[in-house]
Design a protein around this ligand. Structure first.
Ligand SMILES: *[C@@H]1O[C@H](CO)[C@@H](O)[C@H](O)[C@H]1NC(C)=O
Ligand SMILES: *[C@@H]1O[C@H](CO)[C@@H](O)[C@H](O)[C@H]1NC(C)=O
Ligand SMILES: *[C@@H]1O[C@H](CO)[C@@H](O)[C@H](O)[C@H]1NC(C)=O
Length: 468
């Protein structure tokens, strides 16, 4: 710097000049322009007053006094008030004595510049421009928000200006257009909650200037999680059921559905079409994002179904004789459990009894096929018929008779076979021996057997056996 090389005398002189300037007093009779503020920072759209005083030799009288936005080397210089860019916005508040204060209205960013005061007196060479000038900065407002905000963080939003405002204004803050309480350039959200998320802007009281809106995004792990089932109420086998999970988180969550401990779906909704009893169980949803996860409460799915696997068992299972007591028991799987059982016999359409067991004393009229019908709210199922007959003796006789007749048939076949062979042998002995092995012989046997198996007697026996 130049000041490094100047003499102590000059420093003293300079400090005196500075003192005069600070006091706003300039020695009478000297050519000087004193700008009260060397630099000014003002908001876009606002107005700014640039205070200024000037002095000149006392025998001069000021003819012209005006402001310029550049220094001139010769001539009068441009009158700012005549500049189309500034027309109507410049108001000279000073006079032709010693006050050169000027007011600039409706500031725009283009107004950011240096401004100089110039005056011309009535005497030859009587002109002066204050070369120091006033440095005007024009700023707008910007809300500064931290980049990544987690719920619980201590967050401060700042209403920023590009220069430090000369006059500290009263700030106003808004979230989603609703005014907030802070009146300084900072808004403290400590700690920040998810309710603080929103669009913020700041403004200056009494001025038509506001910052652009900035969004505050508050991140948080899943908190409230809820599950629902559709349709609500009873779930009957074969129907369609949709489980829906919802939770609140930022950034948005991922959902996983679990049945017990195994993963069932990786979606917000889990639809089960044609639901069956195996789908019954406990379901849970997990909501997770990069900040954490949360499980829902368990949802108990109870799939209702009509009676199935309806079976009749008989007691005693062994020998039934006339006069003995027989109990038939019906079992059936249903959800909710079977409400009523009804008993039928043979092709009879009317019930012979009710209750899950049916007892009776066996007599000659009791033989037949018995059925039970299990019934619940959701449907009914009829069991297969169970034959109730005199077991043991009767069946044994049938078996013996069947066995004997088979024996007789076999013996008869052997005889027939042998006889026919013998006949052929004698007939064809003088021809070709190998014809003895004619497969037709065998065919005959099969046909015979086949016919036998098709006999009505055999059928009857087989039916009896199958019914056992
Ligand atoms: C500067 O221009 C304004 C507006 O035209 C005018 O009123 C004022 O007298 C001018 N000042 C000088 C010194 O020419
Ligand atoms: C200059 O004039 C303005 C407006 O009339 C006034 O507010 C200000 O106080 C004056 N400045 C001085 C130093 O007299
Ligand atoms: C200055 O702004 C005000 C409103 O703030 C407006 O009414 C006026 O017309 C503007 N003047 C100029 C010269 O732009």
């Amino acid at each position: 710097m130049v000041t490094m090389m100047v003499s102590p005398g000059m420093i003293l002189c300079a400090s005196l000049v500075i003192q005069f300037m600070v006091l706003g007093v300039v020695a009478e009779g000297e050519w000087a322009v004193n700008y009260i503020s060397k630099s000014v920072c003002a908001l876009k759209g606002s107005e700014v007053t640039m205070s200024c005083t000037y002095t000149y030799p006392s025998d001069h009288s000021v003819q012209k006094a005006f402001w310029m936005n550049k220094l001139v080397t010769g001539g009068e210089g441009p009158n700012l008030s005549n500049d189309p860019e500034y027309r109507g916005r410049v108001q000279y508040l000073g006079d032709k004595q010693h006050n050169c204060t000027v007011l600039l209205r409706n500031l725009t960013e283009k107004d950011q510049s240096k401004y100089y005061f110039r005056f011309i007196t009535d005497q030859p060479g009587g002109s002066w421009q204050g070369t120091g000038g006033v440095d005007l900065s024009v700023t707008d407002l910007q809300v500064e928000v931290p980049e990544r905000v987690m719920e619980g963080d201590k967050v401060t939003l700042t209403c920023k200006t590009t220069c430090s405002l000369t006059v500290t204004p009263t700030f106003t803050w808004y979230r989603n257009e609703h005014p907030l309480s802070s009146s300084t350039d900072q808004l403290h959200l400590q700690p920040v909650s998810r309710e603080d998320a929103g669009r913020y802007h700041c403004a200056v009281l009494g001025q038509d200037l506001r910052s652009p809106e900035v969004t505050l995004n508050v991140r948080f792990s899943p908190k409230s999680i809820s599950v629902s089932i559709h349709p609500s109420g009873e779930i009957v086998e074969g129907g369609s059921v949709t489980l829906t999970c919802s939770s609140d988180a930022n950034p948005p969550v991922e959902y996983h559905w679990f049945k017990g401990t195994s993963l069932a779906a990786k979606r917000e909704t889990y639809t089960m079409k044609k639901i069956s009893s195996v789908d019954s169980g406990e379901y849970k949803c997990r909501s997770s994002n990069e900040h954490g996860y949360k499980y829902s409460e368990a949802l108990n799915l109870n799939v209702l179904y009509p009676p199935k696997n309806t079976l009749v068992s008989i007691s005693p299972s062994g020998k039934i004789v006339e006069g003995s007591s027989v109990t038939l028991t019906c079992s059936s799987d249903a959800n909710p459990p079977v409400e009523s059982y009804m008993w039928f016999k043979d092709a009879g359409a009317s019930t012979i009894g009710s209750g899950y067991s049916y007892s009776f004393t066996f007599d000659s009229k009791s033989s037949g096929l018995y059925y039970c019908l299990a019934q619940s709210k959701h449907g009914s199922q009829k069991s297969a018929g169970i034959p109730v007959n005199v077991k043991g003796d009767y069946i044994m006789i049938l078996y013996v008779a069947f066995g004997l007749s088979l024996c007789a048939v076999a013996a008869l076949l052997v005889i027939v076979c042998l006889m026919s062979r013998k006949k052929r042998k004698t007939r064809k002995a003088d021809k070709h021996d190998y014809q003895n092995f004619d497969p037709n012989a065998k065919d005959d046997t099969y046909t015979a057997l086949d016919r036998m198996s098709r006999s009505p007697d055999y059928d009857t026996l087989a039916t009896v056996r199958n019914q056992k």
